[in-house]
Design a protein around this ligand. Structure first.
Ligand SMILES: *Cc1c(COP(=O)(O)O)cnc(C)c1O
Length: 376
């Protein structure tokens, strides 16, 4: 068996005609930069997310950077974020001159722990050398962070909340979709994300019309009334028309794909739940299942990963190193423990996850895991 970790090929074969036609139509009209597909996609994304404004951009990292720039976050500002995420989540904070403050995760959801966030904010307030300014929360592996607690906390401290929904696009809490939490939310259309294009892409979502205007200006070199009237320092961070065309078709089948992912996750849970610690989704929450991430009940993950590899099943570790252990952040002093992040980095691994995982594959994975757990 040759089992893909993420199966973009099956998806393409399924919608080849539609994607090819959309791409051809861009080649025919030739408006490669900010063509009509970009505006069409932004409207469709706003309708899906349920927000007023969508601003597409070049990638998910730029989306985060643009959010910080638009909110005028900079030197002297503390930006609280999770210590367990992809590097980009925290990378953008020193890029604008602000200071990241890493906060531990809840070990059952892998998302930022609201209690630890409360403590971190209080600690920074006591130190008085930084101003608590914003929180970047991550919807890790597809599960929205605990916004029921994070939103009131952030509001009571007069901070801004940036939702990093690069993995969470499609998730929800009650009927509120990811992309709707905080002052502004960001996502990524990197090919492996739940909604991916065929290259780099990203977007920001907000209900704040003025902030949206500012983001549109930052997207094109801080433009004012025209491209050659530059009223602020910005970036060149547009989404290609070709990528927008591809995303229009993929967004169309996205709800169906999301149901497919949910179905795969449920099969995994019933097949593996006795042998591995499977993701736990709080009541009222819906994951977009960017990853299906598990932990052994005991013993090292490498034993299980090794057996799966022999059976032709690929696995990955997101993430090997918590963010506060990254050499790039070694000049940032922290005098507090982040034990849940450390443990997660040591113990988790992810199984193949996409809407087209075959039930046979899941049975095969269950056989391998059952055997290794029984004999170790
Ligand atoms: C992928 C990802 C990003 C960055 O997105 P790019 O499009 O690759 O720049 C940011 N945050 C998280 C949580 C991600 O998974």
């Amino acid at each position: 068996m040759n089992i893909p970790f993420i199966d973009l090929e099956t998806q393409y074969q399924r919608m080849k005609q539609r994607i090819d036609a959309r791409v051809q139509s861009v080649l025919d009209h030739g408006k490669y930069i900010m063509g009509p597909e970009v505006a069409e996609l932004e409207d469709n994304l706003s309708a899906y997310v349920g927000c007023r404004e969508t601003i597409t951009c070049a990638n998910g990292t730029d989306a985060l950077l643009m959010a910080l720039m638009a909110l005028e976050i900079g030197p002297g500002d503390a930006v609280f974020t999770t210590s367990f995420s992809f590097f980009a989540t925290a990378e953008v904070i020193p890029l604008v001159g602000a200071t990241p403050v890493f906060v531990d995760i809840d070990s059952s959801t892998y998302n930022i722990d609201p209690n630890a966030l409360r403590e971190a904010v209080d600690r920074i307030k006591k130190q008085k050398n930084l101003r608590p300014r914003a929180v970047i929360s991550v919807d890790l592996f597809g599960l929205p962070a605990d916004y029921r607690q994070i939103e009131p906390l952030v509001r009571s401290e007069n901070m801004d909340l940036i939702e990093d929904a690069a993995q969470g696009f499609g998730g929800s809490i009650d009927s509120r979709r990811a992309g709707n939490f905080g002052t502004v939310a960001t996502t990524s259309f990197f090919p492996a994300k739940p909604l991916g294009c065929y290259g780099d892409g990203g977007a920001l979502f907000t209900n704040d019309v003025d902030l949206a205007e500012k983001l549109r200006s930052i997207r094109v070199h801080g433009k004012g009334n025209s491209k050659y009237d530059n009223v602020r320092i910005g970036l060149n961070s547009r989404l290609d028309t070709l990528q927008a065309a591809i995303l229009l078709e993929k967004l169309d089948i996205f709800p169906e794909e999301l149901a497919g992912r949910e179905n795969v996750a449920n099969q995994y849970k019933s097949a593996l739940g006795d042998h591995l610690i499977c993701p736990s989704i709080p009541v009222g929450f819906q994951s977009s299942w960017a990853q299906f991430t598990v932990r052994p009940k005991d013993g090292p993950r490498e034993v299980i990963q090794g057996s799966l590899k022999k059976a032709g099943v690929p696995t990955s570790v997101y993430y090997q190193k918590p963010l506060h252990r990254q050499p790039a952040f070694s000049d940032i002093k922290w005098s507090y423990d982040l034990p849940n992040s450390e443990r997660a980095a040591d113990e988790v691994f992810s199984l193949p996850m996409h809407p087209y995982v075959n039930p046979k594959t899941i049975r095969r994975i269950a056989e391998v895991v059952t055997e290794i757990v029984a004999t170790s």
